[in-house]
Design a protein around this ligand. Structure first.
Ligand SMILES: Nc1nc2c(ncn2[C@@H]2O[C@H](COP(=O)(O)OP(=O)(O)OP(=O)(O)O)[C@@H](O)[C@H]2O)c(=O)[nH]1
Ligand SMILES: [Mg+2]
Length: 413
């Protein structure tokens, strides 16, 4: 149900219908209201009566419901009501398989529910005798429980986040470049990961198939690249969801390069809207990495359509590559483009001590950098091409010199 078809474009309703089906609902009727929203029930009383006549288990609203509206509808009509955010949370809950995803979904649900429970407490107090001071109602106890549980989950997720940060740092030190697939839900991120890395993570025609990230290596001759698939974005993604998924979204925030995947076969208006939503979500996550826009599902369009679609979104699609994960078209070009857009490796001349530790670090350097020349003497002189942060760490470890700046930095790539 929604409030005004002239304000909310029908594609928003298509998406809501799709979300409802994905959550397992069987749709009995769709009711819209043209005049503005009603304070008491969000829709007018007549519309709710009309909906109730279908004897639904649940009323699903497009617009966010206030705690008061949920309370009023339940009290007066005895029907369960949810809004779009609830619906998204229900889908997330049904797809969460890892411990991390389950905690994230629970945190999002509790963050969403907390104000409702707080409002229930005040609504109940209002309906009680004036001057009455209840000592610890059921809702109050529940609110205490919610706050406690939220604090516990936040602490657990902080731990997960720290582990993730440490893992990504280790990978960068070992010479890997981290590339993240981001984008609107159902755009084809998992399919792209599967094709490029010969993986078989779940990819289905439904929203939010992926909740937990998967990382796989891309085989290239030039660089050691790891590609990570992530949770999809959706229009009007509430900030509390983004905050709950911080440990997962860190894969995007800390990536060296982000591949923003969109479904080029969406009609132009929807395509633009989804791109805007993605840019907003990336901004909210705090992602500033360089970006390639991957215009996927090109197999569904003619040559001319591809050109005109690309033109229509060029202001929103920096650094575009047209691909089709279904046919494999453009994927090699995409990998070339990734290699060109990764932060450049630099060339350094460094010296390691001729000690056991120096030899250990040298063999490590063989794994993580491109060794161009090695001269053995009292000191081991090495000319190499690699990541500045990695070289700095090796030098710190052997204690030759503490700052990379003092080293002979030859030239950027
Ligand atoms: N025709 C066509 N379909 C594709 C292409 N790429 C992906 N699909 C289909 O699009 C649907 C969604 O693909 P996924 O890879 O699950 O999309 P996703 O972005 O990972 O989606 P979520 O994880 O749900 O956010 C699946 O049915 C895929 O088979 C493509 O290039 N062409
Ligand atoms: Mg996916």
């Amino acid at each position: 149900m929604r409030e005004d078809p002239h304000r909310k474009r029908p594609e928003s309703i298509d998406e809501l219908r799709n979300l409802a089906r994905s959550a397992g609902y069987n749709i009995l009727a769709e009711i819209t209201q043209i005049r503005g929203r009603d304070r008491r029930f969000q829709l007018g009383r007549g519309k709710i009566i009309q909906a109730a006549a279908h004897e639904p288990d649940t009323l699903i609203f497009y617009n966010p419901l206030s705690p008061g509206q949920v309370y009023n509808i339940k009290k007066e009509f005895g029907i369960r009501v949810i809004d779009r955010f609830n619906l998204i949370l229900e889908i997330f809950a049904s797809r969460a398989t890892t411990r991390e995803a389950k905690l994230q979904v629970e945190l999002a649900r509790l963050t969403y529910e907390a104000p409702f429970v707080r409002a229930m407490i005040s609504l109940r107090k209002l309906s009680e005798r004036p001057g009455y001071r209840g000592t610890g109602s059921y809702e109050e106890a529940m609110y205490q429980d919610i706050s406690g549980r939220m604090a516990k989950i936040r602490a657990d997720l902080k731990g997960v986040e720290k582990q993730g940060d440490a893992r990504r740092l280790r990978l960068k030190d070992r010479g890997f470049d981290l590339v993240a697939l981001a984008g609107y839900t159902n755009a084809g991120k998992s399919t792209i990961l599967n094709v490029i890395t010969s993986e078989s993570v779940a990819a289905e025609d439904q929203p939010f198939t992926t909740l937990s990230p998967t990382t796989r290596a891309i085989r290239t001759k030039k660089r050691k690249v790891l590609l990570t698939d992530t949770v999809g974005f959706i229009d009007d993604l509430p900030l509390f969801l983004i905050n709950s998924f911080r440990s997962t979204l860190a894969e995007i925030v800390q990536a060296d390069l982000v591949l923003l995947v969109v479904d080029l076969s969406d009609p132009p208006g929807i395509l633009r809207k989804k791109l805007v939503s993605c840019h907003d979500a990336l901004w909210d996550c705090g992602s500033y990495a360089p970006m390639i826009t991957v215009l996927n599902k090109a197999d569904r369009l003619t040559k001319d359509e591809i050109i005109s679609r690309q033109k229509e979104v060029q202001d929103l699609a920096p650094n575009p590559v047209v691909v089709s994960a279904a046919t494999g078209r453009g994927l090699e070009e995409l990998i070339d483009h990734v290699l060109e857009n990764l932060p450049p490796l630099e060339e350094f001349e460094i010296e390691l001590p001729g000690t056991e530790e120096g030899m250990n670090q040298l063999s490590r350097l063989y794994e993580v950098a491109d060794l161009l020349e090695v001269k053995y003497g009292e000191m081991i002189a090495v000319r190499l091409r690699g990541r500045r942060s990695m070289v700095a760490r090796v030098l710190k470890r052997v204690g030759t010199r503490d700052a990379l700046e003092k080293q002979n930095h030859v030239r950027p790539d």
